[in-house]
Design a binder for this molecule. Structure first.
Ligand code: PGA
Length: 251
């Protein structure tokens, strides 16, 4: 069984005190054992304090990015080892904003996936097409290329543990969600690619998330799709009540 993962991607939002207040309120409001796996990815600066504020609870704190080298002369970067040492379980890589604004390539993302497993964590590997690519009818082949490139340094067992997030670029932060059927079509294609590169066990186990304007009122129908195992959520993960709405949708 693939457990539903509701991953909040805060992007560049909140201050340290706001992050602290969020953690406190979330812990007050979540009930018992939630069915879904809970993950919040704050800006790197607040990862350590949020890990400590949520220690021993079902709330997990992830990172939005890291570098692929373990140490060295790489000013401004964060190493996988440093995140793993804090107890971070997941790192998002290959988000379309990082590909676009920070010029990350498929090759960088493959190296990061490798380095994240080497440090004992799990990558959440993002992929997605532009509106233009969708209109040209090349979305599936574009995404297959991104996924094959990102997985190329991993063993089949690692692919099975990896999380893949399908985020059509035209649906991110726009209020325009892919229809559940459109999202499912691409997520099913991603599972076929996983089958092709890493075999049946991996394709049965790899979790595939959908992201792009997921909200409490549309999460349920998205998660009802056979090949969608969770959501990567930006805007709707910034407020506790909204994040809890997402968890409720996963019940
Ligand atoms: P959004 O962002 O939910 O605000 O559309 C999703 C993401 O970019 O991860």
């Amino acid at each position: 069984m693939r457990r539903v993962l509701i991953a909040g991607n805060w992007k560049l939002n909140k201050t340290a005190s706001e992050a602290k207040a969020f953690a406190r309120e979330l812990l007050e409001k979540i009930s018992g054992q939630e069915k879904a796996e809970i993950l919040i990815c704050p800006p790197t600066l607040f990862v350590e304090s949020m890990v400590s504020d949520t220690k021993g609870t079902q709330v997990q704190i992830g990172a939005q990015n890291c570098f692929y080298e373990a140490s060295g002369a790489y000013t401004g970067e964060t190493s996988p080892a440093a995140l793993a040492d804090l107890g971070v379980p997941y790192v998002v890589i290959g988000h379309s904003e990082r590909r676009e604004y920070f010029h990350e390539t498929d090759d960088d993302i493959a190296k990061k996936a490798r380095a994240i497993f080497d440090a004992g964590m799990t990558p959440i590997i993002c992929c997605g097409e532009t509106l233009e690519q969708r209109e040209q009818g090349i979305a599936k082949q574009w995404i297959a290329g991104q996924i094959k490139a990102a997985l190329k340094e991993l063993t089949d067992e690692e692919v099975a543990k990896a999380v893949i997030a399908y985020e059509p670029i035209w649906a991110i932060g726009t209020g325009r969600t892919a229809s559940p059927a459109d999202a499912e079509e691409i997520c099913a294609e991603i599972r076929d690619v996983v089958y092709e590169v890493a075999g049946k066990d991996a394709s049965d186990q790899t979790r595939i998330l959908y992201g792009g304007s997921v909200k409490p009122d549309n999460v349920k129908e998205i998660l009802a799709e056979a090949n969608i195992d969770g959501a990567l959520v930006g805007g709707a993960s910034l407020e506790v009540d909204s994040y809890i709405g997402l968890l409720n949708g996963a019940e």
